[in-house]
Design a protein around this ligand. Structure first.
Ligand code: GDG
Length: 732
């Protein structure tokens, strides 16, 4: 039975060692709940770090940990203290975290930490690879493991891999500053499905993939080698019922009242008119805590009538205290709270209640249920679950959520009061609006928010991701349905050997060699010359290279070779070293079209014109992909009106637009070639749209092969020029 393996930096459990006694308690966070159906109920396994370093475990204890962890269907990745310092507190939280949250000024680019990041991702890969089998599914979580998808895919291409990023993916302008940007993107592309919280993060990622890796992106699908990688957004939900039911339980008069609740009640009873404003976050600079405190001060000064009437209850949960920025933030927050409380407090009122600690779940519910307003104002946040949890606990559908536009959650919580966390004015007017909002309006807004959160809860989120992951699998099946396999290769070799008269017709760029930024750099290499020479020496075999390239370039490259050449898409043919025109063409049109192309070159950096004897080509391989897309549409429109009267056609090639006479194409040239002799073996290979004409012109007995996995009329598909050469080597 196939397994589902979940991988995250930390395992969903807490381990403590007390007096040599090992205690393992499962943690009940949102992610663990979402994964429940695949982990606990299904044939699942969770791989991650236990929270205890290798140094803290001797051999016996390690065995015991492994056994206990196994009991709860987990598998531990062993990490040393150095790994934690360099990989977790280092690269993950001093490079990726600040960069992905737009804190460039906090971002460190340290080679040694990058090395540690790679090393630890490899450690995770080894543990996964140790248990994984073909047909299994892996779901990898978050920014600590961005290289893991590729590390697994490279070794086990037959497993299905999903990846979900819990933090924002920054815009290209931020991401491009990252020194190891290519490696990180290719690491992620090992996955078959990449999920983000919001569409914005998805399009930022796709933009980087297009610009940095120059890959083709079709809506939300990336063609990467022989696979399609799907990218989509899945806004993470919460365990709605858990929070809602806990709040109902809290409302129940028979439930015991906590110490914290007693304190809150005393405060509220002092003056029935008092309101509580709540904020809960990990103490992290992305959460906008100092700004929120200052904005609260601004509000009190702007609306002094609320002094002694409102109180900000601020829970800041200690986090990553080994990273200097977090230590500074702690100091800043302490000082700000101290200053404001000092300034505003009266005998019976302190404006800010500040807790720097983690509270038990029950106390969290006390805070959520007692607060009239939740003030959740991160400067950047992937999603923010606290905002959703507050809504889930409002059993009477009262209360107001003030939420930062910079939290992913804002995208789906329009009924909250959305604010820009950098504007004190926004803060003040939202607080005023919330404090004076009629109950009916509070109810209306809460009802809509609750309905959505209840329906799209964390389990639904996990299910949706899994369903999409499975569908991605089917997508691959369609893509590779014509993929050449070993048995087809054997048949081709057999047919070749048996044949009495053979034709091998090969396109050049993208078929025998890969693409280069400048087409002149794609010269044949020694290996290729050697391979083609071997064909030349075969009896009863006609080898012909067919290309859109011009005659002069091919003459330059193959001047001393005797195989046949067809150039300029079929204008010229060289047979037995003699060039003859296959078509007679006019070229006057070029003087009209060239100035138009030049205006496009001027306005589109990175593009250039290639002038051939019978055609003009506008290359845009190194241009900005999105600008190029707009320009190609514009150019096509301009050209369409001009070409009709001139018997010209516009060919859309691989990152090139070529204008040439309509009565030339590789198909017509192929037909002419085939008419010259009878062949009992024909092999035709090409990668481009223009090569489809050859596949169409080919007789049934021909073996036609497309390079790349896109729609084609060819019978078979093969991955890349490297694989083409491997196949050709088998023939000779
Ligand atoms: C990352 C992304 C994304 C908080 N204090 C206590 C406590 N909590 C719980 C909350 C909530 C969770 O911690 C915090 O989740 P957030 O989503 O708000 O924030 P991050 O920790 O930054 O999470 C974030 C998330 O991943 C999921 O993808 O939303 O954008 O940054 O569930 O309830 N729980 C307890 N005591 C506390 O004192 N028991």
């Amino acid at each position: 039975m196939n397994k589902t393996i979940i991988v995250s930096n930390r395992l969903p459990l807490q381990i403590s060692i007390e007096q040599d006694q090992l205690n393992v308690t499962p943690s009940v966070g949102g992610l663990a709940t979402g994964m429940k159906s695949v982990h606990a109920d299904g044939n699942g396994l969770w791989v991650g770090w236990t929270g205890i370093t290798d140094e803290e475990l001797d051999a016996d204890l390690k065995k015991e940990v492994d056994a206990k962890v196994k009991d709860v269907k987990c598998k531990a990745v062993g990490l040393t203290q150095d790994d934690i310092d360099q990989f977790y507190l280092g690269f993950s939280n001093r490079t990726l975290w600040p960069l992905f949250h737009y804190f460039l000024e906090y971002t460190e680019f340290e080679d040694s930490q990058w090395e540690a990041y790679k090393r630890v991702n490899q450690k995770f890969a080894e543990v996964v690879l140790d248990t994984i089998e073909d047909g299994d599914t892996v779901w990898i979580h978050d920014y600590q493991l961005l290289l893991l998808p590729q590390l697994i895919k490279d070794v086990k291409p037959e497993v299905t891999i999903g990846f979900f990023l819990h933090i924002p993916f920054p815009s290209y302008e931020i991401f491009r500053t990252f020194p190891w940007r290519e490696e990180l993107l290719t690491g992620m592309l090992g996955a078959d499905l990449i999920g983000f919280h919001t569409y914005d993060y998805e399009r930022h990622f796709l933009s980087s993939v297009k610009r940095i890796l120059r890959l083709d992106v079709n809506f939300n699908e990336i063609t990467y080698h022989d696979r399609i990688v799907k990218v989509d957004s899945f806004p993470m939900g919460i365990d709605y019922n858990k929070f809602h039911d806990a709040a109902l339980e809290h409302d129940n008069p028979n439930t015991e009242i906590s110490e914290l609740q007693k304190r809150i009640d005393t405060h509220l009873n002092e003056d029935g008119d008092k309101k509580l404003i709540l904020s809960i976050d990990r103490l992290d600079y992305t959460k906008g805590i100092p700004n929120r405190i200052r904005a609260f001060e601004y509000f009190l000064n702007k609306h002094p009538e609320y002094k002694e009437k409102v109180r900000l209850v601020m829970l800041a949960v200690p986090s990553r205290s080994g990273v200097p920025q977090y230590q500074l933030l702690k100091k800043e927050t302490d000082e700000l709270v101290g200053r404001i409380n000092g300034e505003f407090s009266t005998v019976s009122w302190t404006p800010i209640w500040y807790f720097y600690r983690s509270l038990p779940f029950e106390n969290l519910i006390d805070l959520y249920t007692s607060s009239d307003i939740a003030l959740i104002t991160p400067v950047r946040d992937g999603m923010n679950l606290v905002a959703k949890e507050y809504v889930a606990t409002r059993t009477k559908q009262d209360g107001v959520l003030i939420l930062s536009e910079m939290a992913g959650a804002a995208k789906e919580m329009n009924e909250a009061l959305l604010i820009n966390p950098n504007s004190f004015e926004d803060f003040a007017s939202a607080l005023k609006k919330a404090l004076t909002m009629p109950l009916e309006e509070q109810n209306n807004r809460m009802k809509i928010l609750q309905k959505r959160l209840k329906r799209y809860d964390v389990e639904k989120w996990a299910d949706e991701f899994f369903k999409t992951l499975e569908a991605t699998n089917k997508l691959q099946d369609v893509v590779v349905s014509k993929k050449i396999n070993e048995s087809v290769q054997k048949d081709i070799v057999k047919a070749y050997q048996k044949a009495k008269k053979r034709l091998v017709l090969l396109d050049y760029d993208g078929t025998l060699v890969g693409f280069k930024d400048n087409p002149q750099d794609a010269k044949p290499d020694e290996e290729l010359y050697g391979l083609l020479d071997q064909f030349e020496n075969q009896n009863n075999t006609k080898l012909c290279l067919i290309s859109g390239r011009d005659k002069a370039t091919f003459e330059n490259w193959y001047g001393n070779k005797s195989y046949d050449l067809i150039t300029d898409h079929g204008v010229w043919m060289r047979e037995r070293s003699q060039w003859t025109p296959l078509e007679i063409l006019k070229t006057e049109w070029m003087t009209n079209i060239k100035p138009i192309l030049e205006t496009f070159v001027d306005r589109t950096p990175g593009t250039f014109i290639e002038e051939k004897e019978y055609s003009l080509a506008w290359h845009y391989r190194t241009a900005d992909p999105e600008l190029a897309q707009i320009r190609t549409m514009e150019l096509n429109t301009v050209l369409t009106s001009m070409v009709a009267n001139n018997e010209l056609s516009v060919l859309q090639g691989n990152k090139v637009i070529e204008i040439k006479s309509s009565n030339v194409n590789k198909g017509r040239a192929t037909t002419q070639l085939l008419m010259k002799e009878d062949y009992d073996f024909i092999l035709i290979m090409g990668d481009d749209w223009t090569d489809e004409y050859m596949f169409e012109a080919a007789p049934d007995l021909a073996t036609t092969i497309k390079i790349g996995y896109v729609k084609t009329k060819a019978k078979y598909q093969i991955k890349d020029p490297e694989k083409v050469r491997a196949l050709l080597k088998q023939l000779v």
